[in-house]
Design a binder for this molecule. Sequence first.
Ligand code: FMN
Length: 284
Amino acid sequence: MNFYELIMKRRSVRNFNDQPIPVELVEKLLDAANNAPSGGNIQPLSIILVQESENKEKLAEIVGNQPWVKNAPLSMVFCLDYNCVKRWAVMSGTEFKGDQAFSHFLISYADVICAAQSVVLLAESLGLGSVYVGTIQSCMDQARQLLDIPEYVLPIMVLSLGYPKSIPHTIPKLKREVIVHHEQYQVRSDEEILQAFDQKYGDFSIKAEEYLEKAFIETIEADKQGADGWTEWAVSAMTKLEIRNNAEFLFKLRYPNDVMVKMNKHLIESFKNAGFDFFLEQNS
Ligand SMILES: Cc1cc2nc3c(=O)[nH]c(=O)nc-3n(C[C@H](O)[C@H](O)[C@H](O)COP(=O)(O)O)c2cc1C
């Protein structure tokens, strides 16, 4: 299989067997992360390896009881780390104010995800599967406490890895043409947008479980792994909220707008708790 084929066959894997990942492979994955591109080559990155049962269980719980975090042999917690960079700058007679500079933050966030994605692709090539767990962003305070993370470090992504027991077959994606523009951005017509997303998700009026398989595979996977009740919850919420189409499903049920907007306050608080404040200079 060539690299293109490997990338095209990658799916998020949430069902792992018990086989541990050999240490040499874990080291290779970490090398891939460490060798990823990084803005200014600053490398504001730390990765916490979570492998012990009790810690995996606790981590799984705080990220929203996602069973694959508990069941995977390894979860990597990718952290945006200014602790080391700041202390290094001070010891070198200067300062680093990334914790107050949104532009530093945006680049560093991209750095961390570049590193994580390098791990995803190398893992795939080594016969491993992986899944990102982004919900750690909603529980950064608990994660920092659980993992003993110091100030100026934000846990921003979990990547759970292991040998796949099963792999989801198809996951709908937009057609390539939808995301590509030549030379200049071409604003899509309403008709084109509707068609693009209809094509991605297909018919909404299929059986709820079949729909969830395409649009919220986590519910099916979680129930298979004994979490129990995710699918039932989603199906009954679809009825209760009178969900009529794919967009309503996403933005009324799965990521309700009011909840997402209200989350700002909580996130900003978590940032502050970790020593990050992008509005400090302007306010003072
Ligand atoms: C930023 C980000 C956060 C994600 N968070 C979660 C998560 O919390 N739980 C989960 O099971 N999958 C999570 N995923 C995986 C997505 O659900 C998955 O990538 C998507 O359904 C597309 O499937 P594919 O990866 O097989 O193409 C996340 C993916 C990304 C990129």
